[in-house]
Ligand binder design. Structure first.
Ligand SMILES: Nc1nc2c(ncn2[C@@H]2O[C@H](COP(=O)(O)OP(=O)(O)OP(=O)(O)O)[C@@H](O)[C@H]2O)c(=O)[nH]1
Ligand SMILES: [Mg+2]
Length: 447
């Protein structure tokens, strides 16, 4: 099976129909959102939407996913409008793909017509294949594609042998399939070995790293949220940022020097999406797990997308599944230049987590973000100005023990102390605090 050319780029965009079966169990809104996202994926892969087909059914057809009537309609649409690709939003079995292709071509009544049927996972794999740049990225994509194709090779074998009890299909055809399978398995093993080598040398590099003590932060989030643009804004990293899904597949790390002179390392990462094919997650696991070697996460949210809270939930779920969601998180609401008001849902969410509103494009909010980064690097400590009476010199002692005293001046009857306090200490010393670093509360959106 030629998995690398699910979609072959040519000059004219391939016209495609997107199809989904809407069963009573499915949430109609969620299905519509997913279908719109499929359209964005299609565009990113270089295709253009001809139309969407939504079929209401009790369940998808076992043999053909869509019903017979719908396939006939699609056949006519393909014939009359030069549509060459059908993308279904649910995962299809190999036999469903074959049966659908046959039914559509037959309904079109045109021998010359060639229609290709693929599913969401194949489309995402295809985009990854188009966007992979580094050697490792390419190996990971190939591994995901091959792993995806394995059950399909077996599937084809089964279907073939079922035809006529297998008579007439067992000869060379069958042994060719066996050869393909053996070849695929050999290639998978070779890819796994190469990737394991790469992961190992990365671990060695990590152990030897000279910047071992520097605070590290991973920029994560839904695809297209603006992660790369934000890294570029903060560090002039020159990372490719574009209005495409999965523009970034390779991680990039850049040093960022905060106004206080403290340094941190920011790493741009691959974006997430609803129903990311698990073969991709597996193949990219070692890259994704790199997030683990960071001290904190910056989750970038596209505040202009009405779906941003659902996207945030997908992101958090994936981080949790990868076992890396146990770190301090800084939530960044990006694209505030074009966000038209924040949804109730987002405002509600911001009551649980502190969020910083920014625009990576025009730079608004970046100073506040920088302030938050200072805070994080200091491990949640903040600067306070305290006035401590001479009679309470024990407090100064305590400050030297528990906090970082940045500056101290003695006056008649009191000392004026500038100190970095953690929350607990600040609570205990509340009566001496004259001023906190900023007036913002712990929760809510900082603008
Ligand atoms: N209006 C506006 N657009 C933005 C902002 N930040 C990013 N964008 C645009 O959003 C698109 C995606 O930005 P990227 O930085 O590539 O997004 P990403 O999160 O790195 O995406 P992937 O690498 O694909 O996961 C680009 O067209 C950016 O120009 C912003 O603050 N405001
Ligand atoms: Mg990016």
């Amino acid at each position: 099976m030629d998995m690398t050319s699910v979609y072959t780029a040519s000059d004219a965009p391939v016209r495609a129909i997107l199809a989904v079966v809407l069963t009573p169990e499915k949430d109609a809104r969620e299905a519509a959102v997913s279908l719109d996202e499929l359209e964005r994926l299609l565009e990113t892969a270089g295709g253009s939407l001809f139309c969407q087909v939504i079929q209401n059914r009790e369940s998808p057809d076992n043999a053909t996913y869509l019903g017979k009537g719908k396939l006939e309609e699609i056949g006519a649409l393909c014939r009359d409008n030069g549509v060459q690709l059908i993308v279904c939003d649910d995962e299809l079995s190999p036999s469903q793909i074959k049966n659908m292709e046959d039914a559509i071509e037959k309904a079109a009544g045109d021998d010359q017509l060639e229609v290709r049927v693929i599913d969401r996972s194949m489309l995402i794999l295809d985009i990854f294949a188009l966007h992979a740049v580094s050697g490792e990225g390419k190996l990971q994509v190939e591994l995901a594609q091959l792993r995806y194709s394995v059950p399909r090779l077996y599937g084809q074998g089964k279907d073939m042998s079922r035809l006529g009890g297998g008579i007439g299909t067992r000869g060379p055809g069958e042994s060719q399939l066996e050869k393909d399978r053996r070849h695929v398995h050999r290639r998978i093993a070779a890819l796994e070995a190469q990737l394991a080598e790469l992961a190992k040398s990365r671990a060695v590099r990590r152990a030897r790293r000279e910047d071992a003590g520097v605070f590290r932060m991973a920029i994560v989030g839904y695809t297209n949220a603006g992660k790369s643009t934000l890294l570029n804004r903060l560090t002039s990293a020159g990372v490719l940022a574009e209005d495409k899904l999965f523009a970034t597949l390779d991680t990039t790390t850049r040093k960022f020097t905060l106004p206080s002179g403290r340094e941190l390392l920011l790493t741009d990462t691959v974006g997430f999406i609803r129903r990311l094919p698990h073969h991709l997650i597996e193949a990219f696991r070692s890259t994704l797990e790199e997030v683990r070697y960071n001290d904190a996460l910056m989750i970038v949210i596209d505040a202009a997308d009405p779906e941003c809270v659902a996207q945030l939930e997908v992101t958090e779920k994936l981080l949790y599944d990868l076992g890396v969601f146990d770190k301090p998180v800084l939530y960044v609401l990006n694209k505030c230049d074009i966000a038209e008001g924040l949804s109730e849902e987002l405002l509600f969410r911001s009551r649980r987590d502190r969020m910083v509103a920014v625009s990576a494009l025009d730079g608004r909010g970046i100073d506040t973000l920088t302030g938050e980064l200072e805070r994080l690097v200091l491990g949640g400590r903040r600067l306070y100005l305290l006035k401590v009476p001479s009679a309470e010199m024990g407090v100064i002692h305590k400050l030297y023990n528990n906090a970082m005293v940045e500056d101290i001046e003695y006056f008649d009857g009191y000392a004026r102390v500038v100190a970095l306090l953690d929350e607990k200490t600040a609570g205990q010393l509340r009566r001496f605090i004259v001023k906190g670093q900023d007036g913002a509360g712990e929760k809510g959106i900082l603008v």
